[in-house]
Ligand binder design. Structure first.
Ligand code: ADP
Length: 690
């Protein structure tokens, strides 16, 4: 094809003729009507040529049969886009648009596509005639004739500079939001320690003060201070709860419990306030409900206390009643009915959002967070909450929860699996995982994600190491890279499957960057239980691991080690600590360690004063998660054993662990780098980095 064949009929036409309409006659001939009303005849080629001339998109044609594949056609929009008129362009290869800042990688990709005769779309930096740069989104497509011979390249070009800029800004904004979120987490750690600890001190001291001989006036002042302190503590706790829920960090337990006990707790707590106001407070429990259910008793108690507390607060006469009944769909229904002031329609719509409050006039006002927390907690537990209210007559708050029954045999069934919304791995997940991966970066990332979630991770650098480790130790799961030196993942899996006994049956998940059809069949044929595509996303990795670990047969519930728990594990896993240092950013770790230290000391002290196994379990659970985050491995194991002892109702077991906990906590804390050592370690790191 010669340039004249392609270029002359199009570039010689005087564009742009503004075509307002294309008219066809009965014979199929086309006529173009211009904006001036003139109609001219045009064949189909003519129509297409005009359409191309009128297109707002840069269109070019290059001829590969000529030396250096020059441009043989451009439309006016190309001239507008680049500033080059046809006479400066035709006959030249379009690389004149490239220059400083043009991405080498894009040019390489473009050349490869051309060599392979494949269409391609890419974005790269081009230059206008006046030197200004723009981001060109180029779609290049080869044109073949009937014999399949390449006759031309068509290029479609757009200026996407503005879009790229917007994308860059969106990324910047997202990063800023992520930073802000991190700061929020730091703030939470700060709040929970720096605000709550002294506040507990204030409350404790006020309680001591009220135990001394005070005159009436002094007592009134101290009691007022105590009331205000309690309100403040309540608000701080609510804020923390809400933030933890919003950050997805609040886990819901699934334990056997008695509804009657919860109802009793709620009545005991709120009866004094109701009596003081002369309100009747009562509760009824459907006799169809079993004595024991499975759920999260402390969160159910929290929701009920909130609703009954509100009901008492906003009722001046009459009664507040709590009813709990079995619902036909198997859920348990809760209703709190009062004969109070009711809720104005204006507030009802926003009642369950944060900071919703009626006019404070005459009412004792709270933070406006309580119902927002109730709604989220009920949703996390799998239910829904709603309200029905008539102003001046009273309100009823309802919610329902899917709570499994404990069979009448009296032995609690295994913990039920949480609902999907809860499946996000809770800090404190546990299981021993062997990660077989030779790529250092992938190894670091996967290990960090898993360790943060609470798993114990051991590493193997190749298939042979993995097979040897799997033969000599018990793992709950092996994550197996496929391509590894010495022995690949398939061979390693076959070797493991040949090991007799349970070690040969350990679940194995393949990790593979290839997405070739047949991969999954090959993995299954080698004896693997599933496969994960690389790069590994955090959510997918944790979900896959959790799926496998949830499906494994449960170990006996009483998992209290005979030896001192934590005695075999190291006090401090430096690798985890270094990962934490990298994750929180420069300079932050010492401060976080000091918060963890103070919080742990306070928590251990608090745990010693507790007698309720549920509360000890809660504290042990939090301690386990925090210790895992900081790499305090022995402390984490002890907390885990304590949690197990509480769950299995073994008072001797939990007391034994509680006894060793203060000493172990002190030794674990002492194992952290001290501030002075930290400075030296930093210096060493800097020197190494240089
Ligand atoms: P607060 O801590 O302010 O009580 P909540 O979220 O629990 O926050 O309640 C929000 C608002 O909803 C309250 O300030 C009140 O105006 C209204 N409210 C809640 N429960 C009742 C009720 N039983 N009767 C009347 N008004 C209520």
């Amino acid at each position: 094809m010669s340039p004249s064949k392609l270029s002359s009929p199009m570039t010689s036409r005087a564009p742009p003729l503004e075509v307002t309409r294309i008219i066809r006659d009965v014979g199929g001939n086309a006529y173009l009507e211009g904006s001036d009303g003139a109609v001219s005849a045009a064949g189909l080629n003519g129509v297409l040529a005009l359409a191309i001339a009128a297109a707002p998109t840069g269109i070019t044609v290059a001829d590969p049969s000529l030396p250096d594949c020059p441009l043989v056609f451009i439309n006016p929009a190309f001239t507008q886009l680049t500033g080059y008129p046809p006479e400066e362009v035709l006959g030249r290869n379009c690389r004149f648009l490239q220059g400083r800042g043009t991405e080498k990688e894009s040019i390489r990709t473009l050349r490869l596509a051309i060599a392979a005769g494949k269409p391609i779309t890419l974005e790269f930096t081009n230059h206008r005639k006046d030197g200004r740069r723009f981001v060109n989104e180029l779609r290049m497509a080869p044109v073949l004739d009937e014999q399949g011979q390449l006759v031309a390249y068509i290029g479609i070009q757009h200026d996407v500079t503005a879009r790229k800029k917007a994308e860059r800004e969106a990324t910047k904004a997202r990063r800023a939001a992520e930073r802000a979120n991190q700061e929020k987490s730091d703030f939470l750690a700060f709040m929970s320690h720096e605000v709550r600890t002294p506040l507990h001190g204030v409350m404790g001291t006020l309680a001591l003060l009220l135990d001394t001989a005070l005159d009436a006036e002094q007592r009134a002042y101290a009691e007022t201070a105590q009331r205000c302190g309690a309100t403040l503590l309540h608000t701080v706790n609510e804020l923390l709860d809400l933030s933890r829920i919003e950050a997805g960090k609040l886990g819901i337990h699934a334990d056997p419990f008695s509804l009657a006990d919860i109802v009793k707790d709620v009545l005991d707590l709120l009866a004094p306030a109701a009596a003081e106001k002369g309100i009747e407070l009562s509760a009824s429990l459907d006799h169809l409900l079993p004595g024991q259910l499975i759920g999260d008793p402390s969160r159910i108690r929290q929701v009920l206390i909130n609703l009954v507390d509100n009901a008492v607060k906003f009722t001046h006469r009459g009664s507040v009643e709590l009813r709990i009944a079995a619902l036909p769909d198997g859920h348990v229904g809760f209703a709190v009915t009062d004969t109070g002031i009711g809720i104005p329609p204006r507030l009802r719509a926003s009642l369950f959002t944060r900071f919703a409050q009626a006019d404070p006039a005459g009412e004792q006002i709270g933070s406006g967070l309580g119902l927002a927390i109730c709604k989220r907690l009920v949703a996390l537990m799998g239910g829904q909450i709603a309200v029905d209210s008539t102003q001046g007559r009273g309100s009823t708050f309802f919610f329902d929860l899917p709570l499994a029954h404990v069979p009448e045999s009296g032995t609690p069934p295994p913990r039920i699996a949480p609902r999907p919304v809860l499946v996000q791995p809770l800090a404190g997940a546990h299981g021993r995982i062997l990660l077989a991966e030779d790529g250092k970066a992938n190894q670091l990332v996967a290990a960090a994600i898993l360790r943060k979630a609470g798993y114990t991770v051991e590493l193997a650098r190749d298939g042979a190491e993995a097979a040897a480790a799997a033969e000599s130790s018990d793992y709950d799961l092996i994550l197996m890279d496929i391509r590894m030196p010495l022995m690949d993942g398939y061979a390693a899996t076959r070797a493991i499957r040949a090991v007799p006994g349970p070690r040969g049956r350990v679940p194995i998940i393949a990790m593979t960057a290839s997405v070739m059809p047949g991969d999954s069949e090959r993995c299954t044929a080698a004896g693997m239980d599933g496969h994960l595509p690389k790069p590994l996303g955090k959510a997918e990795l944790l979900a896959a691991v959790q799926r496998v670990l949830d499906a494994r047969p449960r170990r006996p519930r009483v998992a209290i080690p005979e030896a001192e728990p934590g005695a075999t594990a190291p006090l401090l896993d430096r690798e985890t600590l270094e990962e934490l240092r990298a994750a929180v950013g420069p300079g932050r770790l010492p401060r976080l360690i000091s918060v963890f230290t103070a919080e742990t000391k306070e928590r251990v002290r608090r745990m010693h004063a507790l007698t309720d196994p549920h509360r000890i379990e809660d504290e042990a659970h939090s301690l386990k998660a925090a210790a895992a985050t900081f790499g305090a491995t022995a402390l984490r194991d002890a907390a885990r054993a304590l949690e197990a002892a509480c769950q299995s109702g073994d008072p001797a077991g939990w007391r034994r662990i509680l006894d060793i906990l203060p000493g172990l906590a002190d030794r674990s804390i002492a194992a952290f780098p001290q501030p002075r050592n930290e400075a030296r370690a930093k210096q060493e790191r800097d020197q190494k980095g240089r």
